[in-house]
Design a protein around this ligand. Structure first.
Ligand code: NAP
Ligand code: HSE
Length: 430
C-alpha cells in the first residue's frame, strides 16, 4: 500500500470584513443621547464605535448649550425630518410617551428598525409597539430599558428554556438604590444624595419618577411582558416610594444585619400574578444586600434553570449608550430577535404574605409593649430593636416571621387602638 502524503493546503488568511457604516437617527440628545453621540464618534476602539454615523439628532431646543460638540450633528426639532434622514436604525432616547410613540410607530411602519431605552414608552405602549414591529417584520430592541448596563433581556429571549421564569425579584432603579446606599453608608441626607444622582446623569428628567417608584413599576411591566407574557398597566401595581424610608429605619435595618433597598417583586405560580414595587428589608445573607449605589440586579426563578442572577450598572449615560449601540448593531446584523406571542392583560394582586419589617411610632412606647401585644395576636417576631427616642416620639423596628398581609394589618390596627401607635411595614427578602 502506498501512502501519499499531501502537503496541507495553505489556509486562506482570514481578514475581518470591513464593518459597514450604520446610519443612526438619534431621537433625543440629553444624558443618554449625548453619551451616545460621543461614544459613536470615538475611535479609541477602532471600527467598533467609529462605524456609526448620526444622520440627525432630534431635540426640543437646538440652541441649548450641550456637553457634547454639536458641530458635526444635524440638530432637528421636527421628528418626521429626523426619520427622513435615511437612517438604518432609529434610536429613541426622548423619554415619555409622546412624541416617542408616534415617531417609533412611524419608523416601524417605514421598515426602519428601532432601538429604545425608554421604559415609560414600553410600559404603556409596549404591546402595541411590539405587535407593530412584529407585523412589519422590523427589529424593535430595548435592552437598555431595564438594568441599563447588563445585556440579559435579549439573551433570555433567545433562550426560551432558561427564560421560562416563574417569579422575579429586582433592584431596578439606579437612582433610588444610589440614594438609599449613600444615606446608609455616607450619612448624607436625601436631598444631597438625590442631587448627586442627578449630577451623575442617573435620574429621570423628573426625579420624582425615580424616588416615587414609577420608574421601577414601568421596568417591572417590561419584565412581566417579556418573561410572563402579561400586559400589565403600571397603575395595576402596588407602589411605594423611598421617601417613606427614615434614616432610623436604615440604621436599625443594619443593626438587624440587613439593609433597605428599592425592590420590585412578582410571582405568578399557576398564572395568578402578585406584584409589588417599593422599599424592602433585604436580609444580609441575600445577594441583593451587596448591590450598592447605582448597581442594580434582577434575580429570576426559572422552571428549569434554577435561580439566575443578573447584576451590574442600572443607570448612567455611558453604560446606557453602550447597550443601545450594541442593540443598533444587533438590529442591523442579526435582524433583532423574535419577541413571541402578544402579551395578554391580567389581574394583579398585591403581595399577600411575607415576613415584614415594621416601624411603630407613638408618643410613648415601652420596649416590650408592641412585641407582647403582637405575640398575643399571633404575629411571631424574629427581632425587636430598642426604643428609639429621637424626634420627640418613641419608635421601634421589628422583624416578623412570614405572616399574611391581612393578618399583619389587622394586628397593627389593634396595636394602633391600644397604644396610639402609627405603623409602617415593608416586605422582607431573604
Ligand atoms: P434627558 O436627559 O431628559 O434627554 C431627553 C432628550 O430628548 C433631550 O435632548 C430633549 O431635548 C429631547 N426631547 C424630549 N422631548 C422632546 C420633544 N418633545 N421633542 C424633541 N426633543 C425632545 O433624558 P435621558 O436621561 O437622556 O433619558 C432618555 C431616555 O433613556 C429616557 O426614557 C430614560 O428613562 C432612558 N434611560 C436613561 C438612563 C440614564 O441613565 N439616564 C438609563 C437607561 C434608560 P432638549 O435637550 O432640547 O431638551
Ligand atoms: N432613572 C433611571 C434609574 C435610569 O435611575 O434607574 C435608568 O433606567
Amino acid at each position: 500500500m502506498t501512502i501519499v502524503a499531501h502537503e496541507p493546503e495553505a489556509r486562506p488568511t482570514r481578514r475581518p470584513a470591513a464593518l459597514r457604516e450604520i446610519r443612526v437617527a438619534l431621537l433625543g440628545l440629553g444624558q443618554v443621547g449625548s453619551a451616545l453621540a460621543e461614544l459613536s464618534s470615538t475611535t479609541t476602539q477602532g471600527a467598533l464605535t467609529g462605524r456609526f454615523r448620526l444622520t440627525a439628532a432630534l431635540v426640543r431646543d437646538p440652541h441649548k448649550p450641550r456637553r457634547v460638540d454639536t458641530t458635526p450633528l444635524t440638530l432637528l426639532t421636527d421628528g418626521k425630518a429626523a426619520l427622513a434622514s435615511t437612517p438604518d436604525v432609529v434610536v429613541e432616547v426622548l423619554g415619555g410617551i409622546e412624541p416617542a410613540r408616534t415617531l417609533v410607530l412611524a419608523a416601524l411602519d417605514a421598515g426602519i428598525p428601532v432601538v429604545t431605552a425608554n421604559k415609560t414608552l414600553l410600559a404603556y405602549c409596549g404591546t402595541e409597539l411590539a405587535a407593530r414591529a412584529s407585523a412589519a417584520g422590523v427589529p424593535f430592541l430595548y435592552e437598555a430599558s431595564v438594568l441599563a448596563g447588563v445585556p440579559f433581556l435579549g439573551a433570555l429571549q433567545r433562550r426560551p428554556l432558561a427564560g421560562a421564569v416563574t417569579s422575579l425579584r429586582g433592584i431596578v432603579n439606579g437612582t433610588s438604590n444610589y440614594v438609599l446606599s449613600r444615606i446608609a453608608h455616607d450619612r448624607i441626607d436625601f436631598a444631597e444624595a438625590l442631587a448627586a444622582a442627578q449630577r451623575a446623569g442617573y435620574a429621570e428628567a423628573d426625579p420624582a419618577k425615580d424616588v416615587d417608584g414609577d420608574d421601577a413599576v414601568e421596568k417591572l411591566c417590561v419584565l412581566l411582558r417579556q418573561f410572563a407574557g402579561f400586559d400589565v398597566h403600571p397603575s395595576q401595581i402596588e407602589k411605594a416610594g423611598i421617601g417613606s424610608v427614615e434614616p432610623g429605619d436604615q440604621e436599625h435595618a443594619a443593626a438587624f444585619g440587613g439593609c433597605i433597598r428599592p425592590l420590585v417583586a412578582a410571582d405568578w405560580p399557576d398564572g395568578r400574578l402578585t406584584a409589588y414595587a417599593g422599599p424592602a428589608y433585604i436580609d444580609g445573607a441575600h445577594a441583593f444586600s451587596r448591590v450598592d449605589g447605582v448597581q442594580n440586579a434582577v434575580a429570576l426563578t426559572t422552571r428549569w434553570s434554577g435561580e439566575l442572577l443578573f447584576s451590574g450598572p442600572g443607570a448612567g449615560p455611558v453604560v446606557t449608550a453602550a447597550t443601545v449601540l450594541d442593540d443598533v448593531v444587533e438590529a442591523v446584523e442579526s435582524g433583532g430577535h423574535e419577541r413571541g406571542a402578544p402579551a395578554t392583560p391580567v389581574e394583579v394582586d398585591a403581595l399577600d404574605a411575607a415576613p415584614w419589617f415594621l416601624r411603630l411610632t407613638a408618643a410613648a412606647l415601652g420596649e416590650h409593649d408592641a412585641p407582647a401585644l403582637l405575640s398575643t395576636l399571633g404575629v411571631r417576631l424574629r427581632r425587636a430593636s430598642h426604643i428609639d427616642a429621637r424626634g420627640g416620639h418613641h419608635s421601634q423596628r421589628l422583624l416578623t416571621h412570614p405572616c399574611a398581609r391581612a393578618h399583619i394589618d389587622a394586628a397593627l390596627d389593634v396595636l394602633a387602638a391600644k397604644t396610639g401607635s402609627r405603623s409602617w411595614r415593608i416586605p422582607v427578602v431573604e
